[in-house]
Design a protein. Structure first.
Length: 300
């Protein structure tokens, strides 16, 4: 059994650790609320863009807008954008994202597709540098408060390359924020743009051969002009959503990890204190026995 002095030192060490993890849990909870508000605010705008683009999409528009290009057959060049955090202490959060990115890389490379990796976040950058993977892009300046200009900076070059047919597919690996305890890694395909099918309740609008199936409302300006205006917004917003959801997921994962660490430290403290009390009790009993034995020896 460990000595009482050693146990007291271990108890103080665990108490200090628990105080740190408890503080980090509280900080993560505070930041999670603000990050969650950004996620909630971004979703209605994304849903509105998707609805408009879905309603106005028509196959003939692919000839007019390069962003709607649909590559035929297997893609020849793919870009995978991995979004991770800059900091650790969030459990398996970054590990799950990196594992998902590796799965996508292996999926394409086993088919002979040329793949380039764009890493956003220090953890992803460091891992793939460690394993010797060449990165097409490294960004660790975004942090946990992404803004619209960050998404525009990431997607601008990729949009230009897709329009020039230098890329056939662009995917983003990010963490979807379902709740503070549910942040699964997910793959979002940004290019090619694939709007959903228009529902049967829509009616025909427009004249001539350029008719499209859209809801029954008047379009000013024309559908082509609207699609041309919202396509870049749709693409940049998809990247922005991936950034804000990953940021919120990071805080949720860190809060969960720090709460588990705090709880584990509490359980360890209970065990150490019980062990210390038993050791102290044994030491006191031994001292009493020695005193009684000494007194008996003096009487003799």
């Amino acid at each position: 059994m460990a000595k009482p002095r050693e146990l007291r030192r271990r108890i103080r060490s665990v108490e200090n650790t628990r105080q740190i993890t408890k503080t980090m849990e509280m900080v993560a909870t505070s930041r999670l609320k603000r990050a969650q508000d950004r996620v909630v605010a971004a979703r209605p705008y994304a849903a509105a863009l998707t609805e408009v683009l879905t309603n106005l999409y028509a196959p003939e528009l692919t000839e007019k807008f390069p962003l709607l290009r649909q590559p035929s057959g297997e893609p020849s060049r793919v870009a995978v954008v991995l979004v991770t955090s800059n900091r650790g202490l969030c459990g398996a959060f970054n590990g799950n994202l990196i594992r998902k990115a590796r799965e996508r890389l292996e999926h394409f490379e086993t088919r002979g597709v040329e793949v380039e990796l764009h890493a956003v976040g220090r953890k992803g950058i460091r891992y793939f540098k460690y394993v010797g993977r060449q990165l097409a892009l490294e960004r660790d300046d975004i942090g946990d408060r992404p803004a619209a200009h960050h998404a525009a900076g990431l997607m601008g070059p990729l949009m230009e390359r897709f329009e020039a047919a230098q890329l056939d597919r662009v995917e983003v690996v990010f963490a979807r924020f379902n709740s503070a305890v549910s942040t699964p890694p997910e793959v979002l395909s940004i290019f090619p743009v694939e709007p959903q099918e228009v529902g049967p309740a829509s009616t025909k609008a427009g004249t001539g051969s350029g008719q499209r199936s859209v809801p029954n409302f008047i379009l000013r300006p024309s559908a082509e002009e609207i699609v041309g205006a919202i396509l870049p917004l749709y693409v940049r917003n998809a990247m922005y959503r991936a950034l804000v959801e990953t940021a919120a997921s990071e805080h949720g994962a860190r809060r969960t990890a720090m709460k588990n660490a705090t709880d584990n430290a509490g359980e360890m403290l209970d065990k150490l204190r019980r062990t210390y009390n038993r050791a102290r009790q044994g030491q006191i009993t031994q001292e009493i026995a020695e005193i009684v034995g000494g007194a008996e020896a003096l009487k003799g």
